[in-house]
Design a protein around this ligand. Structure first.
Ligand SMILES: [Zn+2]
Length: 263
C-alpha cells in the first residue's frame, strides 16, 4: 500500500535495536517490521519547505525554502559552527530560539560511528543526536552551560581527534576497535585548564544496536534528484539512512520531497 506525503527525517526511539519510523507529513510508518521486504519510493515531482510549506523548486539545508534558509535561526552559520554563536552580541536571528536551543546545557561527547570522533549536542537531545549519526557507542565527556562553550571545546579537541564521520564506513559497520574510555583518558591531557571544571568524572557508556539484516555490499547513494523511483529490499536502518540491497537512501537530504512510499 502506498502512502503519500512530504518526506521528513527518520524518527527513532533508542530501544534495542533502535526502532525506526519513516515520516510523511504527520504520519509515521513503522519500519523495523518491514526489514527483508521490498520498498519503493517514488518522487511525485513536488517539493515544499518543511517550515513554511511554500512550494519550491529546490530545497536548502535539507528541506527549507530560500527565505527560511536565510532567516531562521536553525539555518544560521553558528549552528554548524557553534563557536561562532553571536547571541551575546544581541544579533541572534531569534533570541527566543537562542534561549531555548543554545543557552542550555550542552554535552561535548566522544562517539564511535566509524572512528572515534568528538561532537557536541544539547544535553536533552543527546540520544537523538547519537542515533542520527549512527554511533554504536558514545560517552558524554564534558557538560557546559551553553552551545558556544561546547563549540569552543570541540574546535580545540578537533586538533587531536576527528570531528567527522566517514559515512561509508559507518554504514558498512567498519568501526575502529579503539576504546572510548582510553580516548577520553588521552584527551584529558589536551584539555585547557579553563575547561576542566566541566569534566564529567564518571561518564556512562551508551551503546546502540541498529536494525540490520546484513552488512550492505553497496553503499552507493540513491537520490531522487537522479532517479524518480528508488526501490530495493530493505536490509537496515542506521543514522538517517534506509539501507537497501540496491544502495543507500539518505532520508534527511530528501526532506520536503513529495513521495509515494510503498511497503
Ligand atoms: Zn520556508
Amino acid at each position: 500500500m502506498a502512502q503519500i506525503g512530504y518526506l521528513r527525517p527518520l524518527v527513532h526511539t533508542p530501544s534495542d535495536p533502535v526502532d525506526y519510523y519513516a515520516r510523511l507529513d504527520e504520519q509515521q510508518i513503522a519500519l523495523n517490521q518491514h526489514l527483508g521486504k521490498t520498498i519503493r519510493i517514488t518522487f511525485l515531482n513536488e517539493k515544499a519547505c518543511c517550515h513554511c510549506g511554500q512550494k519550491i523548486k529546490k530545497t536548502y539545508n535539507h528541506g527549507y525554502c530560500y527565505k527560511c534558509f536565510i532567516q531562521l535561526p536553525e539555518n544560521d552559520l553558528c549552528i554548524v559552527k557553534p563557536e561562532l554563536c553571536h547571541f551575546h552580541a544581541g544579533t541572534c536571528r531569534d533570541p527566543q530560539f537562542g534561549e531555548h536551543q543554545c543557552m542550555q546545557p550542552h554535552i561535548v561527547y566522544l562517539a564511535l560511528s566509524s572512528d572515534i570522533k568528538v561532537g557536541i549536542t544539547r544535553k536533552s537531545n543527546m540520544m537523538k543526536r547519537w542515533i542520527d549519526q549512527g554511533a554504536v557507542r558514545a560517552i558524554p565527556f564534558l557538560e557546559v552551560p551553553d552551545r558556544k562553550t561546547a563549540g569552543e571545546i570541540e574546535v580545540h579537541l578537533s586538533g587531536f581527534i576527528k570531528d567527522k564521520t566517514n559515512w561509508r564506513k559507518m554504514l558498512k559497520n567498519e568501526t575502529s576497535g579503539r576504546d572510548l574510555m582510553e580516548a577520553r583518558a588521552e584527551l584529558l591531557d589536551k584539555l585547557p585548564a579553563g575547561f576542566r571544571s566541566y569534566l564529567i568524572s564518571e561518564p556512562e557508556l551508551y551503546e546502540f544496536r541498529y536494525p540490520q539484516l546484513s552488512v550492505p555490499e553497496k553503499v552507493n547513494s540513491l537520490s531522487l534528484d537522479k532517479e524518480a523511483e528508488i526501490h530495493g529490499k530493505l536490509i537496515g536502518m542506521k543514522a538517517q539512512y534506509l539501507i537497501m540491497d540496491t544502495g543507500v537512501f539518505h532520508v534527511r537530504k530528501h526532506t520536503g520531497y513529495k513521495i509515494a512510499f510503498e511497503l
